[in-house]
Design a protein. Structure first.
Length: 142
C-alpha cells in the first residue's frame, strides 16, 4: 500500500525553498514580476516552475502552469499543494492558474514572498476552493 503524503511543516519548507529557487530563474524582462512555483504531487515529488514572458505578451506562461506541465509530463495526476513565490506574500495564482489547478482537486495553496523576514514575509495559506469558489470542473461535464 502506498504511503499517504501529507503537508507537514517540513514539506511546506521544501515547497517554499523550491518556489524561491525557481523564482530566481524566471524570465521577466518586460514586467520584472518574477514568480516561482512548486507543486507537491501525491507521489511525494516536487515539481518547480518559473514564469516566462515574451515580446508577444500572450505567449508567456505563469510559474504555476509551468510546474503543472512538468508534473503532468512526468505522469503525475494527484497533487497535495502548490507554493507560489513572488516579491512578497501578496502574490496569488491568477484566475487561469486557479482554473488549471482545480482540474486536479482542492489542494492547499501557499503564497510566499522572496524573503524570510520583513513586511510581506509571512506565508499565507488557502484551500484552492477558497480562491476559486463555485469553480467549473470535471463534475460539470457529466
Amino acid at each position: 500500500m502506498a504511503r499517504k503524503i501529507t503537508l507537514t511543516n517540513a514539506r511546506r519548507a521544501e515547497l517554499l525553498a523550491a518556489s524561491r529557487a525557481a523564482r530566481q530563474n524566471a524570465y521577466a524582462p518586460y514586467s520584472n514580476y518574477k514568480v516561482g512555483a512548486a507543486l507537491l504531487a501525491d507521489s511525494g515529488r516536487i515539481y518547480a516552475g518559473a514564469n516566462f514572458e515574451n515580446a508577444a505578451y500572450g505567449a508567456g506562461t505563469c510559474a504555476e502552469r509551468v510546474a503543472l506541465g512538468a508534473a503532468l509530463a512526468a505522469g503525475e495526476r494527484k497533487f497535495i499543494a502548490v507554493c507560489v513565490c513572488g516579491a512578497d506574500n501578496t502574490i496569488s495564482p491568477c484566475g487561469i492558474c486557479r482554473q488549471a489547478l482545480c482540474e486536479f482537486g482542492d489542494m492547499t495553496v501557499l503564497c510566499a514572498g522572496a524573503e524570510d523576514s520583513g513586511p510581506g514575509s509571512a506565508v499565507r495559506e488557502f484551500k484552492l476552493s477558497e480562491l476559486l469558489p463555485e469553480s467549473f470542473g470535471p463534475a460539470q461535464l457529466v
